[in-house]
Write a protein that binds this ligand. Sequence first.
Ligand code: NAG
Length: 380
Amino acid sequence: MIRFAFLFLLQAGGCAFAQQLPPRNTQQWALLSFVKADRANPVLQPDASLQFTDPVWNKPVRWAQKDVFNPATVVKGDTVFLLFRAEDTVGRHAGVSRIGLAWSTDGLKFTPFPEPVFFPQPGKFQQWEWEGGCEDPRVVQDSSGRYIMTYTAYDGKTARLMVATSPDMRSWTKHGPAFKNAFGGKYIDKWSKSGSIAALYHEDGRIVAEKLGGKYWMYWGDVNIWAATSDDLVNWSPVLYKDGEQREKDLRHNAPEIAEVKTVVAPRKKKFDSDLVEPGPPAMITDYGIVLLYNGRNVPSIGDAALAEGTYAAGQVLLNKSDPTNVLQRLDHYFLRPEKPYEITGQVAHVCFIEGLARFKGKWYLYYGTADSKIAVAVK
Ligand SMILES: *[C@@H]1O[C@H](CO)[C@@H](O)[C@H](O)[C@H]1NC(C)=O
């Protein structure tokens, strides 16, 4: 009910500005009207029967026993794959994160492969990924078909945005921190996560990264959403404020250690995203601009009083293809929020965290982690 009243106001408000601005009430750019697949949800749940020999501990681990959540999607032919985060029950953080692979031919019933495809290993990457693990994958392809995955490596203290590549989704090459070569390495130890690479979503399901203005673009971060550019999809540089460009005062968190990095999307007062914003699936390059589906966290006292403390609900923002740091439009309201028991109760309460979007058999399948415990889908 609240939502309908709100949309009505928004449309009325849009008319008043129609003469000066592009019509704010046309939301044709946004992907709306997703319907949660209640009969199939949750589409993936923790599974204590899945076991593999962890190469760091050198012993068997039930790697998906505790929680599964926050998946990336890949469509190949008539199959949807989820690359999903799974946590065990052991170790210092009671839950090392690894990435498993599951497949489905209807987008609703998934079968996991018995062993994870991506996990902490002894060697030069262990310093960043142990013993928190490898979290929250997002996957696109390049024009040759190679898969590029952004993910978070967590050492128990600092989250770092990392990049890996694969020809087949099963054997992956780790390339290390996304920002390792940017500005002499000054961002390598700064908190970073959630890399959403701008890409074209093809009707056959492929999600292919495309350059805009001669560079690949990525949105990243939690708290604020920042941007980064790359020539090769592996080495990324944060986009900084230009000389003379005005830095706005951040509503919630100043992230002073990276104050020179340009905030693209920030939390908003009185809205569902008052506490934090964080990218969802790979950003979509469309005729209207770049459509970024994102996650927002709420603090009721400064945000949306109707949503519980800490609620993650999902929003959408439209960015300018000629300047991907330029916000053109942003939905005032969330389009997906926690309401089912498995979205409300779990490892972290009140969470719908969108991360995988698949164009599959003529429809959109939006996969999201529920309460950091299970995976569900909404379809349009
Ligand atoms: C998009 O960005 C370009 C380049 O900065 C600018 O010229 C143009 O006015 C922007 N479009 C809109 C609708 O703001």
